[in-house]
Write a protein that binds this ligand. Structure first.
Ligand SMILES: [Zn+2]
Ligand SMILES: [Zn+2]
Length: 257
């Protein structure tokens, strides 16, 4: 609907002058002023996303994140002739899921609020992509399929807790290529809240005040004040892993198409 990404800058610079002439785009919202509805700048966390695979743009009060689904790191799931291919270590050729990363080049688009807010009630995640990682690939929850527990598929996961199929190369576990027991940004969840590693930048260690979704309100390396965000919970899974996002959405989730 609101496809004029560049208009945000114009609105920012000349919000008063534009208040009366931008009505074709937002007729109900622009009768007084645009500054309360449009967002002037992307959250600085979005600068962490890989620019080769992911594009991020403001659209009014929303952020549109689009990725080709490819990870910017090595994996045994790349075709052997790809420069990012590595031999399997955590998994094995016998256990790996069918398909190579190269088979899943696509377009995955997520639109979230630029300033997301918690919903009045939480909502469960579903199968398929529930977030987009800074690497370019998508994030799944702790289920492998309808009625199939992740435990049954762990053997196929590569050293980043990721594998292929049926629609994407995707992460289930802590992706150690870009978050390994630290406070790094992992990605954005479909409700617009950011997902960080197991530690919080506000304290430098594991947060102790997380809600049932692994979230809390604290300052991050990307914010000047406290804001709600998720963490990979520091709970060991199957001896040596950490599940990325087993909880419910605390905000209002959008589909990733
Ligand atoms: Zn999976
Ligand atoms: Zn935190």
């Amino acid at each position: 609907m609101k496809s004029f990404k560049l208009i945000n800058l114009t609105v920012l610079l000349t919000s008063v002058a534009l208040a009366g002439c931008d009505s074709s785009d937002d007729s109900s919202e622009d009768t007084s002023t645009s500054t309360s509805t449009d967002v002037s700048a992307l959250h600085s966390a979005y600068a962490e996303f890989d620019t080769d695979n992911v594009s991020v743009a403001l659209s009014g009060t929303d952020v549109v994140i689009e990725t080709n689904g490819l990870p910017n790191h090595t994996s045994p799931y790349w075709s052997t002739d790809n420069e990012l291919f590595v031999e399997p270590t955590v998994t094995s050729y016998d256990e790996m899921a069918p398909g190579n990363i190269d088979d899943f080049v696509g377009t995955y688009t997520l639109t979230v609020a630029a300033s997301p807010e918690k919903a009045s009630t939480s909502s469960s995640t579903g199968l398929g992509a529930i977030g987009i990682a800074v690497s370019g690939s998508v994030i799944y929850n702790d289920e492998e399929g309808p009625g199939i527990a992740l435990d049954n598929a762990v053997g196929s996961l590569d050293y980043n807790g990721a594998h292929t199929g049926p629609q994407s190369f995707h992460y289930h576990l802590e992706p150690v290529s870009f978050s390994d027991d630290d406070s790094n940004l992992v990605g954005v969840i479909s409700d617009g809240f950011f997902l960080y590693g197991r530690k919080c930048n506000s304290t430098g260690t594991y947060p102790t005040d997380l809600d049932e979704s692994g979230g809390h309100t604290a300052q991050t390396q990307h914010s000047d004040s406290e804001e709600y965000h998720y963490h990979i919970e520091n709970e060991v899974y199957l001896g040596s892993y950490y599940i990325l996002f087993p909880g419910d959405y605390q905000g209002t989730a959008s589909a990733i198409n």
